[in-house]
Design a protein around this ligand. Structure first.
Ligand code: HEC
Ligand code: HEC
Ligand code: HEC
Ligand code: HEC
Ligand code: HEC
Length: 460
């Protein structure tokens, strides 16, 4: 695409082009004009995913099982958008533009096609329910910013759909133009990087990837979330391919994708101890699966936590507290009894809202997270109200973190084998917030990422 624009400019410039070409850095500085696509088109300009699915059946069924097809309709999205974000912008009209912008990523067709915001609720079955539809991706031509963020895609509706297969295939229903942009991570970054109105990066999945080992090796988002395989039929009237791009988009909502993301091992420093003696357990966590940090994406909602428990020969269970490391902001990475998220009081209309429990899990566990803070420095899950970030204690791609647990065996510990379990759990939305907002349980259910066991012998 970029090449075409360039040629056009050269043609228009005529003889001037030679001079322009000679100017150093001309091409580098050339940038696509930034266009605001809000309400720029109408719903009629876009086709529904169902229609694409009449020929692309397999892809359609995969997409419809992915969160991509539910980014507007999924319960937690509906609750956060309508009950927090829209309500917040009613209380503070300066936020209206930002909150309308939720739709730029969650339902691009409504963002570009609707005249009024918010679009109708999911129950109204409007075209906003298309969420991140086929058209939202296959009409994209480029990113308008570098790095891409906040729905920076450039879209022109029409019969031309873009893809990357060479040589370009043919379709009876639409034109196909190849566009290498679809191979890039910037394509995903248009929606997977986000800045808050306070100019704070509140979503950086593509930026995390770019700074990590997978970028250097050329392993893109598509390779892990849209794996190539076959035989797979792209469209009804063609032959199957052995290297079809399978539209899984499986992420945090797929327990199988999350499982095993982090490898976990636990070992004691000594194998035998008497009650009253101290044993130090070391837990090693290796991120072997994600191309970005873990957790990534909606980091304001997510927690991963390490829980270590010992069971003595009589079945009594002891919870082990993680050893402090002493870094700045560490208190946000160890679970405890704190109230947080007070800023939800504004959209919820609760004056002097005291907040809810910050973590909602047993105290003393290590939490892998990055706290988001509102303008008053209190922890928030409202990323649009995020004025600063706290310590980033997430596990980077191929990073290894080591945690220790110093455990003084209580005098009542039964003699015999003591079994010690280390478990890493994942939760998409902290439970106290889910309970307050009545978000259905599956969003806060505990997903086991990994576990490992060791034993020590307790002497009489
Ligand atoms: C009448 C059937 C039909 C409909 C409806 C249809 N397509 Fe296609 N499409 C095809 C066929 C056939 C191909 C060629 C597939 C091949 O040979 O790999 C194709 C190819 C494509 C390709 C390129 C695939 C590649 O391998 O490069 C994209 C992208 C695409 N379609 C997107 C869409 C979208 C988006 C919609 C809905 C707006 C849609 N199609 C609707 C039949 C259809
Ligand atoms: C989130 C963005 C996104 C959505 C949503 C999406 N696609 Fe794609 N699709 C892509 C990308 C990216 C590629 C090309 C990846 C590559 O080959 O590197 C692709 C490839 C394809 C291809 C060609 C596959 C191949 O192996 O040649 C077809 C056909 C297609 N998409 C159809 C659809 C249809 C139909 C839908 C809706 C049911 C849809 N896509 C939804 C991003 C998307
Ligand atoms: C038009 C915006 C847009 C584009 C482009 C886009 N995404 Fe997304 N993606 C979203 C939104 C919005 C969600 C959140 C869905 C939800 O949970 O409501 C999401 C969620 C996901 C998830 C998490 C699914 C889960 O199970 O929780 C994955 C994985 C993902 N996208 C991968 C990709 C990849 C890979 C690309 C590029 C090929 C891409 N996305 C391009 C908007 C986009
Ligand atoms: C090396 C493989 C790999 C690459 C490359 C990769 N991912 Fe992932 N991604 C994963 C795995 C594994 C998970 C599941 C664990 C998790 O939820 O973080 C995941 C999870 C996600 C999630 C859901 C996060 C959550 O739990 O809410 C999103 C969104 C996502 N990826 C987007 C992307 C985007 C965008 C890119 C490219 C910039 C990308 N991924 C590159 C492996 C990868
Ligand atoms: C720049 C694009 C972008 C904007 C703008 C955006 N989101 Fe998202 N949103 C995403 C992506 C991508 C994900 C998926 C991240 C992940 O899987 O961890 C997501 C995830 C979510 C989730 C979590 C869904 C789940 O099931 O866990 C909620 C809720 C949400 N967004 C609400 C909003 C609201 C409300 C706004 C506006 C104030 C908004 N988003 C603005 C891209 C965006």
């Amino acid at each position: 695409m970029r090449k075409k624009n360039y040629l056009k400019i050269l043609m228009l410039a005529g003889p001037l082009s030679v001079i322009l070409l000679l100017l150093p850095g001309f091409v580098l500085r050339m940038k696509a004009p930034e266009e605001n696509l809000k309400s720029r088109y109408s719903y009629r300009d876009f086709e529904s995913a169902k229609k694409c699915g009449s020929c692309h059946q397999g892809i359609y069924e995969q997409w419809s099982q992915a969160l991509m097809s539910q980014a507007y309709t999924h319960h937690w999205d509906e609750i956060e958008y309508f009950d927090l974000a829209v309500k917040h912008s009613e209380a503070d009209p300066a936020l209206k533009e930002v909150v309308d912008g939720c739709n730029g990523c969650h339902t691009p067709v409504a963002f570009m096609g609707a005249r009024e915001f918010p679009p109708p609720r999911p129950s109204a079955n409007s075209m906003a329910n298309e969420s991140v539809s086929c058209e939202a991706c296959h009409l994209v031509q480029s990113a308008q910013t570098d790095p891409p963020f906040n729905f920076s895609y450039l879209i022109r509706p029409g019969m031309t759909k873009f893809a990357v297969r060479e040589p370009a295939v043919e379709s009876p229903a639409h034109k196909i133009v190849t566009n290498d942009f679809y191979k890039t991570t910037e394509f995903c970054g248009n929606c997977h990087n986000e800045k808050s109105p306070f100019d704070v990066w509140v979503k950086t999945t593509q930026i995390e990837w770019k700074e990590g080992p997978y970028a250097r090796e050329g392993v893109h988002c598509q390779d892990c979330h849209m794996p190539r395989g076959g035989p797979f039929l792209n469209a009804l009237m063609t032959k199957p391919y052995n290297d079809a791009r399978i539209h899984l988009f499986h992420g945090g909502h797929d327990p199988g994708k999350v499982r095993g993301t982090i490898e976990l091992r636990i070992n004691p420093d000594i194998r035998e101890a008497e009650p009253g003696e101290t044993v130090v357990f070391t837990v090693v966590l290796f991120n072997q699966k994600t191309g970005h940090k873990f957790p990534t994406g909606s980091v304001e909602d997510r927690i991963a936590w390490l829980q270590v428990e010992a069971t003595d020969a009589k079945g009594k269970v002891y919870h082990l507290d993680v050893d402090k490391k002493g870094f700045e902001g560490e208190e946000y990475t160890i679970s405890g009894d704190y109230l947080a998220y007070q800023d939800m009081g504004v959209p919820l209309g609760i004056p002097d809202f005291r907040g809810v429990q910050r973590d909602g899990i047993p105290a003393g566990n290590r939490i892998f997270r990055m706290p988001f803070f509102d303008p008053e420095g209190r922890m928030t899950i409202m990323q649009w109200n995020t004025a600063s970030l706290g310590v980033d204690y997430r596990i980077g791609p191929r990073e290894t973190k080591v945690e220790t647990f110093t455990f003084r065996l209580p005098y009542e510990t039964a003699s015999g084998e003591m079994k010690v379990r280390a478990a890493l759990n994942y939760q998409l939305l902290v439970k106290p917030v889910a309970d307050l907002l009545k978000v259905p349980d599956d969003e806060s259910e505990i997903k086991l990422v990994n576990e490992h066991f060791t034993t020590i012998n307790v002497l009489p």
